[in-house]
Design a protein. Sequence first.
Length: 287
Amino acid sequence: MRQAARDFGGAYEPVVASTVERCMYVDDCLTSVSDVETAIELFGNLRSLLAKAGFRLSKWFSNSEEVLANIPENELTKSLHVHALDCTLQERILGVAWNVQSDTFRFSVALPLRPRTRQGLLSTVNSLFDPLGFVAPVVLEVRLIYRNVCQMELEWDEPMPEQALQRWERCLSSLPDLRSISIPRSFHLNSYENMQKCQIHCFADASTLAYGAVCYIRAVDHESEVVCTLGMAKSRLVPAEETSIPRLELMAAVMAVELERSVKKELNLDLRPSVFWTDSKVVLQSI
């Protein structure tokens, strides 16, 4: 598909080839535009460009009824054949649930009964799919429990001790609360030219158990209205070998820089210099 963009992209507006180059994930195309007219035009041009190389883009989806009305019904995603575009409709976007009407990411937590063993615990850990780290603190707690169980050197199917089991049951009972969490999909940068300032703010911190970082997008328009949106977060358990808190704080700071570079690259916007936050004097003095 990228070769098709290079071969035939010159016949279209640059945004068409750029969308193929930057917004294709295996066989999924995910992109966002500022208005309906641009979306309809991009739909037609993407199909046309890739058709020249023998690719047929189908299963289209949008949170705009006007855009959907301009797409042949047989080319729409199957979920639209069953449900209307209302508050109950959710679509899976690379494994993440997207509520179409509210334009937010949500979490569908299904917890089938698993044996209370290392095997069952690992199965539950892997079922919490959160690539952007929206619920990193919750996933981190589950990983902590799993590592503690592993340190007990239990057999794969050996029941967990009572104390570990109680902690795990408490954690399990709280996981369904994730369904109430929603994260805005949009960074509210549709009218980017109307922004007087747009920055990434990254926070880093560490403890004796874990370290992590989180990036927010902070935009200020010409009327001085500020909008802050969670961009991405990441957390890690501390290494098994003993590591000092100052070193962990530095590791968190490095993670924040790597996270900022990743977010900045993917947004492809002319952002102001990013701001990094830490409460560690050791990190500040080392820098």
